[in-house]
Design a protein around this ligand. Sequence first.
Ligand code: FES
Length: 89
Amino acid sequence: MIYKINFTRSGRILEYCSHEHANLSILDLAFDNDVQIKAGCRSGYCSACQVEITKGDVKYFYDPPPVPADGGAALLCSCYPVSDLEING
Ligand code: FES
């Protein structure tokens, strides 16, 4: 499956291929494509990469993540898309 991820603040739309990008987080995809997202630990503990998901759904590599995200938000270092997404990032 190919999902479109719209980073609304950055004005970028990226494609995430569930086969090609398996084990790649949304944060990794953003970094690989020069989309600027705040980050710290990159392993789900510091919440620096937390952003609001305004449309769509994500899944975490580890469920539950070490530190749960606030409602309507996700830790981009620890998740991948399971639908098209709109992210306030
Ligand atoms: S970068 Fe620390 S939780 Fe994502």
